[in-house]
Design a protein around this ligand. Structure first.
Ligand SMILES: O=P(O)(O)O[C@@H]1[C@@H](OP(=O)(O)O)[C@H](OP(=O)(O)O)[C@H](O)[C@H](OP(=O)(O)O)[C@H]1OP(=O)(O)O
Ligand SMILES: Nc1ncnc2c1ncn2[C@@H]1O[C@H](COP(=O)(O)OP(=O)(O)O)[C@@H](O)[C@H]1O
Length: 435
């Protein structure tokens, strides 16, 4: 991306004002719920395109000089080539999803990358059709990306015998055990900033316990504590996908993937401030002024803007003690209303089946930690944008159900359940984290 912006600056074609890295990367994220938002590029800016260096799986080969991988545009979108029949079906899938009035499909719209239509584009002298999608890693400084292909069955009803055999032979142990597989991921090491890439050959060898460890590695949790804030960001989206997959009968998603993305630069900030807080034994007494926050007026929060040594102060409520020790002798009062993806995560968290047996014991502690974490995150960022998310991608083998075919897609649901369970298990490891 930096090459692109450098070029536009030199040619004087960019209409963007120069901004600091921080502004460019963190403060401009779009928050629209609608997947068909308007293109991001200013009308006068020329579209600049290059091979997408952040692609961790899928088609990438070059045939002659025809590049089969994704392209990155300088307007926050990526372009996915439409070459095979299955990819043509993917266009139809997005087009139908865009206009459908079916409630289940409307819900799915919020779980996939934003779709901006399709277009012809000439790259390296070859004209091709492309699907235009939101780049989920946009503005990330150190994007950590994992592609998780969902389902024991990864071939669609139109697959040939040969294709079925090929699919059955790949990632066999992993798919059998977990109902998903990992065709690729990349992670920036928190300590060194080094980028480590893991391709499909690595993914094909994964099975048993190594699968969970690969996910832990992706989360920068090898030899270090997993970050509760990061896990909750992922879970807030994963629970939505899980809830949808438990009910929906509209579509069968063969070979679709979850694309997990987070910014290691933001994770590093989060860990460093946690470390500082732990060392000081309390949160910082003075907080730099923020222009926007989760708790700005109108955001629905009762946060007063003040933080004391005991934690954030809420309007009309007592300040929140941060130490888990204090829980044993304090009566629990519900947290203030906060409208954000975080509060949705908390709501899902409280109602999730997997935690019901621990419900009474853990709830008050979780809520207390959680409220503190919300403040920590909003303190670190001038906007409340999450720096980790997950979306469903790759609908080349997706099929809409007719009325007679309507039933739950067990193949997809099962894979999601198992993946969510791993994240919930990781989250339990962080139960003692107080931010
Ligand atoms: O060889 P194919 O034709 O089955 O290609 C696979 C692609 O299938 P498709 O062409 O869309 O039907 C397949 O594409 P989809 O993700 O299914 O769209 C993958 O790229 C697959 O690689 P992997 O399983 O992720 O390691 C590709 O598999 P390999 O390159 O690992 O064989
Ligand atoms: N919306 C997106 N934002 C960022 N990266 C994406 C997006 N969609 C796909 N990718 C990247 O491209 C890879 C392949 O995408 P996918 O749709 O699965 O293509 P294929 O059909 O070739 O398998 C993903 O693993 C991911 O790295």
């Amino acid at each position: 991306m930096s090459d692109v912006s450098e070029k536009s600056r030199r040619s004087g074609s960019s209409v963007r004002r120069q901004r600091s890295i921080y502004q460019v990367h963190y403060c401009m994220r779009r928050q629209d719920a609608d997947m068909t938002a308007r293109p991001l590029l200013m009308p006068t800016s020329p579209l600049e395109v290059q091979a997408y260096a952040r692609q961790v799986a899928g088609h990438r080969k070059t045939e002659d000089t025809k590049y089969l991988g994704l392209l990155q545009c300088n307007n926050g979108t990526i372009m996915k080539p439409i070459i095979k029949e299955s990819q043509k079906r993917e266009v139809d899938f997005y087009e139908h999803l865009k206009t459908s009035s079916d409630a289940e499909l409307q819900e799915l719209r919020g779980l996939v990358a934003k779709y901006f239509g399709n277009r012809k584009y000439t790259y390296n002298g070859f004209e091709q059709d492309y699907i235009i999608l939101e780049d989920l890693t946009e503005r990330m400084l150190e994007p950590c990306i994992m592609d998780v292909k969902i389902g024991k069955r990864t071939w669609d009803p139109l697959a040939t015998e040969e294709k079925i055999k090929n699919e059955q032979s790949k990632y066999a142990a992993c798919k059998q055990q977990y109902g998903f597989c990992i065709p690729g991921f990349q992670v920036y090491r928190l300590s060194t900033g080094k980028l480590c890439k893991y391709n499909k050959d690595y993914g094909k060898r994964l099975h048993g316990h190594a699968v969970k460890e690969a996910i832990r590695n992706y989360l920068n949790g090898i030899g270090a504590t997993l970050c509760r804030a990061l896990l909750l960001q992922f879970l807030s989206e994963l629970w939505k996908i899980q809830k949808w997959s438990r009910r929906q009968t509209a579509v069968r998603l063969y070979s679709a993937s979850l694309l997990l993305v987070y910014d290691a630069a933001r994770l590093r900030d989060c860990c460093q401030s946690k470390e500082l807080t732990a060392r000081a034994g309390c949160r910082p007494a003075t907080v730099p002024r923020r222009r926007h926050s989760l708790h700005s007026v109108g955001s629905g929060s009762n946060f007063s803007g003040q933080i004391t040594s005991k934690g954030p102060v809420y309007k009309k409520l007592q300040s929140v003690p941060l130490s888990p020790m204090s829980l044993s002798h304090s009566s629990f009062s519900p947290p203030p209303p906060i409208n954000s993806p975080w509060s949705e995560a908390l709501a899902s968290f409280n109602h999730n089946h997997s935690f019901e047996h621990n419900y009474e014991n853990k709830l008050s502690k979780i809520k207390m930690n959680y409220r503190a974490m919300l403040d920590q995150l909003s303190y670190d960022s001038p906007t409340p944008n999450p720096w980790g998310t997950v979306k469903v991608i790759d609908f080349a083998h997706a099929f809409f159900n007719s009325e007679e075919e309507k039933q739950i897609d067990e193949n997809f649901r099962e894979g999601i359940e198992n993946f969510v369970e791993i994240f919930e298990c990781f989250l339990r490891e962080t139960d003692d984290q107080v931010l």
